[in-house]
Ligand binder design. Structure first.
Ligand code: C2E
Ligand code: MG
Ligand code: MG
Ligand code: MG
Length: 292
């Protein structure tokens, strides 16, 4: 009896595995087609300067507008794109479109704005580098000082000579560099001194329970104080309420990104969103958010 059940379990497991493989193959195939059919789109989320209330930059966040499934979040396809290597062509598409959009906004008069672009560590391993970035900067005509390249902390932890050279070469194009999701990778700030970094983004995980969670509060306090002493600009990710905002402002956090101000929006909505967020008559952030 046990043997029988064992065999059935084995078969069940097998069928499940087969389905998973089929789903993965289907997803991979669908991703390839999506690239060909231009189904990707960039959304942009405003990042607000706490000192003057201006939208200093926007983060580009890729979306897949699937003909049947609608808008698919990057969490559902970036890992697969990384595993299959499709992140390489997708990453080039993202980089080019973010540059092109930034250049278009400059021409529209949004000359103070910068755009942040996410680059995953697998892109480095697949050949994305300063030469590739320079080619797209030249092609789109964007000023590289309008670009912020966001790299997750894990890439710095690797700490190899190759990684450092890769970063230095990117930096020498004239772009800014930011460490994304800071705090999740357990690296010390003094370690980060070796890298040509401009900004640090505190991960949402450390922001969501502010100010009540005392551990998070003291951690965020320490990160902000130390990075300021190192000349870095601080961005808090995932700010959703006024308690968090006021606390972070009190610690002189430089920049705020989160649903409190705005969710990521399609490019054509951004000028209106910026106008609303920067409107001096606006009573609070939520009013601008509701505007969308
Ligand atoms: P990330 O780079 O850390 O981006 C911030 C994420 O937090 C975005 O999720 C954004 O929508 C979300 N977020 C911002 N404010 C709030 C908030 O107040 N509350 C909550 N709950 N969430 C907030 P999104 O767009 O789903 O992207 C997820 C991740 O996918 C990104 O995390 C990034 O790691 C990756 N990703 C997105 N676009 C790209 C891309 O073009 N290239 C690469 N390589 N990765 C990308
Ligand atoms: Mg990011
Ligand atoms: Mg992040
Ligand atoms: Mg993140």
């Amino acid at each position: 009896k046990a043997k029988e059940r064992g065999r059935n379990q084995y078969q069940f497991f097998n069928a499940e595995m087969r389905d998973q493989v089929r789903n993965r193959t289907e997803l991979e195939q669908a991703l390839r087609l999506a690239l060909q059919n231009n189904e990707f789109e960039l959304y942009y989320q405003p990042i607000i300067n706490t000192r003057n209330g201006k939208v200093e930059s926007v983060e580009s966040l890729v979306r897949w507008s699937h003909p049947e499934r609608g808008i698919v979040s990057p969490a559902d396809f970036i890992p697969m794109a990384e595993e299959t290597g499709l992140i390489q062509p997708l990453g080039l598409w993202v980089f080019e479109h973010a540059c092109q959009q930034m250049q278009a906004w400059c021409e529209l008069g949004l000359t103070e704005l910068s755009v942040a672009i996410n680059i995953s560590s697998s892109q480095r391993h697949l050949g994305f580098n300063a030469a590739a970035a320079q080619a797209l900067i030249t092609k789109t005509g964007v000023n590289p000082n309008k670009l912020i390249i966001e790299i997750t902390e894990s890439m710095f932890l690797d700490g190899s000579e190759e990684a450092i050279t890769w970063l230095n070469e990117l930096k020498s194009l004239g772009v800014m560099l930011a460490i994304d999701d800071f705090g999740t990778g357990y690296s010390s700030l003094s370690y980060l001194k070796r890298f040509p970094i401009d900004k640090l983004k505190i991960d949402r995980a450390f922001v969501s329970d502010l100010p009540d969670d005392e551990d998070d509060a003291s951690l965020v306090k320490a990160i902000i104080a130390m990075s300021h002493s190192m000349g870095l600009t601080l961005v808090a990710e995932g700010v959703e309420n006024y308690e968090q905002l006021d606390y972070l402002k009190g610690l002189e956090c430089d920049l705020i990104q989160g649903y409190l101000y705005s969710k990521p929006v399609p490019a054509d909505q951004l000028p209106d969103v910026i106008r609303a967020l920067e409107d001096p008559a606006r009573k609070d952030a939520a009013e601008a958010y509701n505007f969308i």
